[in-house]
Design a protein around this ligand. Sequence first.
Ligand code: ATP
Ligand SMILES: Nc1ccn([C@@H]2O[C@H](COP(=O)(O)O)[C@@H](O)[C@H]2O)c(=O)n1
Length: 229
Amino acid sequence: MTHPPVLPFVVAVDGPAGSGKSSVSKEVARRLGWGFLDTGAAYRALAWHVEASGVDTDDPASVISCLDSFAYRIGTDPTGYSVHVGATDVTHAIREPGISGVVSRVARVPEVRTHLIELFRAIMAAERRGGIVVEGRDITTVVAPDAPARILLTASEEVRMARRSAELVGHSAAATGAQLQARDAADSKVVDFMNAADGVVTVDSTDLDFDETVEAVLAVIRDAQVRTG
Ligand SMILES: Nc1ncnc2c1ncn2[C@@H]1O[C@H](COP(=O)(O)OP(=O)(O)OP(=O)(O)O)[C@@H](O)[C@H]1O
Ligand SMILES: Nc1ccn([C@@H]2O[C@H](COP(=O)(O)O)[C@@H](O)[C@H]2O)c(=O)n1
């Protein structure tokens, strides 16, 4: 007798740049023994691939022409996170300010979003751990609107800018802050990740430290597990 595949418990996390989505979601997944999917990494890796192909990131048709050759690989193990495009390990390269500065241009192209959203859903469906924490900008609303736990992780702009510039040693705090603001402004034209959609729980980490934020997210997940039996 064949059994239908057991679907993982999906935790959808959205929020603005520097709100802690990636670091907090990864730690939550690690503590639960679940998978972790950073969807922003795919948009970043595509921006990297477009630039490496010598193509203008500002030209939608050229960006679309790079999709067929975009050999993207990401694992869902929160303890062994790495991102590849073909044979190249781009895990660190995609975090560079140069990529942060152009990623919104590729992310605004509807064909890109359709392509990557399909990929994210396939990765989620293939997850063999009990659950998967998926973070991005449109996970609670577009990628996984039926997820049992949906969270908007936010923090004041001032705090997000300070956290991001503490990470980027050697870059000016003013330039880092300006880039974060510009990216949020560009991304907000495509998806709304500043306001919680119906049924989405807001976790505001402005006055929480990292561990308190992880605990707050875990509490939302526990509530959702009780609710969904
Ligand atoms: N509650 C917190 N208290 C202190 N630092 C935090 C907190 N949450 C996250 N951080 C730190 O803030 C920085 C930004 O977090 P992270 O990269 O996870 O944000 P993000 O939302 O994924 O950003 P982006 O969308 O730009 O990739 C990291 O250095 C992270 O360790
Ligand atoms: N679901 C998503 C995730 C990301 N983006 C775009 O990718 C950029 C990088 O994302 P990070 O989370 O790594 O900062 C982001 O600025 C968006 O342009 C997206 O559109 N949808």
